[in-house]
Design a protein around this ligand. Structure first.
Ligand SMILES: NC(=O)c1ccc[n+]([C@@H]2O[C@H](COP(=O)([O-])OP(=O)(O)OC[C@H]3O[C@@H](n4cnc5c(N)ncnc54)[C@H](O)[C@@H]3O)[C@@H](O)[C@H]2O)c1
Length: 263
């Protein structure tokens, strides 16, 4: 099956893979790329969450576990066979867990390493040949402000998100001379499926909100806009970069709360 690309829009004629596209930031990125003329392979562990793709043009859903090497190869083949090539890859699927350094089952840490770090390495490795074939391309990875500092009870998440930041920098250096760019986006508190439970805990929700400069959680669409730039041709000079889309929470030492919004 082949599908024709749109001829206008910032992403017209460009083919992307987006992982974690069933929900939250990944879905918002996939929808942005589609709105702006792109074509998308939308990957997620959950087939149900990919239901939004049905009846939508220029998107092919793929339910896969990105921690599996064969799945990453299959996503690239799907992009090339369906749309004729690959220009952009958004490695966004991720999982979070909580538990202290003494009590979190080590299997949960291992799964976090598999999904948050190994899957990103596999995704870059699988997609590089297809991007090279097009004369270059752009890879953008979702890390987190939690990859830049620690959070109590979140060591496994903190460790894996820190690892993926440096993985991306090294990959940018390995692939840069072939015009394959690799960048990282670090969201802060964002309204998505991952934070659903946190959003229902008023004290935790409020504590995070108050630590941002703008006194506000982000929407998935606001974070997706950064990916839209990074995987477009507009960001040609940007590679090996770590871009915070966190409402300024990482600018804060955490010692003082910024001024509240006026009503
Ligand atoms: N929401 C936040 O506040 C926040 C902050 C910083 C970073 N992040 C990061 O943003 C990324 C997207 O998360 P989100 O907030 O949109 O959460 P989300 O839970 O809404 O979406 C994540 C999606 O990834 C999918 N997924 C999980 N494991 C997978 C696997 N092994 N294979 C394929 N798909 C898989 C899930 O099914 C889900 O649909 C994650 O990497 C997360 O760590 C989120």
């Amino acid at each position: 099956m082949t599908q024709e690309p749109l001829s206008s829009g910032r992403h017209a004629g460009r083919v992307a893979i987006v992982t974690g596209a069933g929900s939250g930031i990944g879905r918002a990125v996939a929808e942005l790329l589609l709105r702006e003329g792109g074509t998308v392979v939308a990957a997620d562990l959950s087939d149900d969450r990919l239901g939004w793709c049905r009846g939508t043009e220029r998107v092919v859903p793929a339910s896969v576990d990105v921690a599996d090497a064969g799945a990453n190869d299959a996503l690239v083949s799907l992009a090339v066979d369906t749309f004729g090539g690959l220009d952009a890859v958004v490695l966004n699927a991720g999982i979070a867990m909580s538990g202290s350094i003494e009590t979190l089952p080590i299997e949960e840490f291992e799964r976090a390493v598999d999904v948050n770090v190994k899957a990103v390495a596999l995704g870059i490795r699988a997609s590089a040949p297809a991007l090279r074939e097009r004369g270059g391309g752009s890879i953008a990875i979702t890390a987190s402000t939690s990859g830049q500092r620690g959070d109590p009870g979140m060591w496994a998440y903190n460790a894996t998100k820190a690892a993926v930041i440096n993985l991306a920098r090294s990959a940018a250096l390995d692939l840069g001379a072939e015009d394959i760019r690799v960048n990282v986006v670090c969201p802060g508190p964002t309204h998505t499926g991952m934070t659903e439970r946190l959003q229902e805990l008023p004290a935790a929700y409020e504590a995070l909100r108050r630590r941002t400069a703008r006194q506000q959680w982000a929407t998935a669409d606001e974070v997706a806009a950064v990916f839209g730039f990074l995987v477009s041709a507009e960001s040609g000079a940007v590679t090996g970069a770590v871009i915070n889309a966190d409402g300024g929470i990482s600018a804060n030492t955490g010692q003082f709360l910024p001024p509240e919004r006026s009503a």
